[in-house]
Ligand binder design. Structure first.
Ligand code: SF4
Ligand code: SF4
Length: 304
């Protein structure tokens, strides 16, 4: 198993989290400053893309405040045929190069064609880091063929460190056996996850610029789905929130980019470089940190 490179920023963050309670005012204040600095870095003009897809919107866990809206999402699988077409178009635009490509969810391993998702990504982006983000629950149930596929396609397994009972040593052993890269999202010493809430403003009264300027999702959570590019997974998944709570947080034409209409990669960079109309629903300043991990009761206040 290839060792993950040491990341000084992750180390500093993980050390601070162990010392200062995440739900304290001081930690919140530091985080908002950190997000602003981080966002500036991500707001620089792009030279390459971090692109992602949601293999499924639903999940086999039910975590409160889930930013993917999975606890309230109907069963939804990435459409393989559309995915292939989108990936072909993206490969053409980028000359087969991305900074990285991630397969997320929900829980990606619930997708019956997950291996095909990896195959397509690797075939079209031979030199790009491909990883899939999982809660880890199904990893040891994966058949040998799936491990072999991860090895063949050089897919990194990225596990979120939830306080749940999974055999992490068993997973590491399997990863070693198949020479598959394994990492905890946030680094080897990342503390067990607490939840963060970025409240949605149902009235859409937030300043676009303020929300956008401290948004950590910009250029990091770009999501491709059914021929559309979304600046973030919040916009991409909001239909599930709307349906469940009978709300109408509108996604306007300026929120998305129609991939088949894009002629040059610069058009994608340009789209990502400005606040989206949907940012008016995002109360990024109202961020609540250090929420004790727990089960979702599917109540609207988990997201507002
Ligand atoms: S494991 Fe992740 S995607 Fe699934 S419900 Fe929990 S937070 Fe959401
Ligand atoms: S809607 Fe705007 S502020 Fe909210 S997560 Fe997406 S890009 Fe960030």
């Amino acid at each position: 198993m290839e060792k993950r490179a040491f990341n000084i920023l992750e180390f500093v963050r993980n050390t601070i989290v162990k010392i200062i309670p995440e739900n304290s005012q001081f930690f919140r204040w530091m985080t908002l400053i950190g997000l602003k600095i981080n966002a500036r870095k991500h707001h620089k003009p792009l030279k390459s893309l971090v692109m992602g897809v949601y293999a499924t919107q639903h999940c086999n866990l039910n975590c409160k405040c889930c930013t993917a809206f999975s606890p309230i999402a109907e069963e939804e699988f990435l459409n393989i045929e559309t995915y292939k077409k989108d990936m072909e178009k993206l490969a053409k635009l980028t000359e087969n190069k991305l900074t990285s490509f991630y397969v997320s969810g929900g829980e990606p391993l619930l997708h019956p064609q997950i291996l095909e998702i990896f195959n397509v990504a690797r075939e079209l982006f031979p030199k790009t880091m491909v990883n899939f983000m999982t809660n880890g629950l199904l990893l040891l149930k994966m058949p040998e063929i799936s491990w072999e596929n991860c090895q063949k396609n050089n897919v990194t397994i990225s596990v979120s460190r939830y306080p749940i009972n999974i055999d992490i040593n068993g997973i590491k052993e399997k990863s070693n056996k198949y020479n598959v890269k394994f990492e905890y999202i946030g680094g080897d010493d990342v503390p067990v996850k607490s939840m963060w809430k970025y409240p949605l403003d149902l009235e859409g009264k937030q300043s676009l610029k303020t929300s956008y300027n401290i948004c950590s999702q910009i250029n990091r959570c770009i999501t491709m789905k059914d021929g559309l590019i979304y600046a973030c997974n919040t916009i991409a998944g909001i239909e599930h929130f709307n349906k469940y709570f009978n709300t109408n947080l509108e996604v306007l034409s300026g929120d998305v980019l129609k991939l088949h209409e894009v002629k040059k990669l610069d058009e994608i960079y340009e789209y990502l470089s400005t606040p989206k109309p949907f940012c008016r629903y995002c109360n990024r300043k109202g961020l609540i940190l250090g929420i004790k991990y727990g089960t979702s009761k599917k109540e609207i206040n988990e997201w507002t």
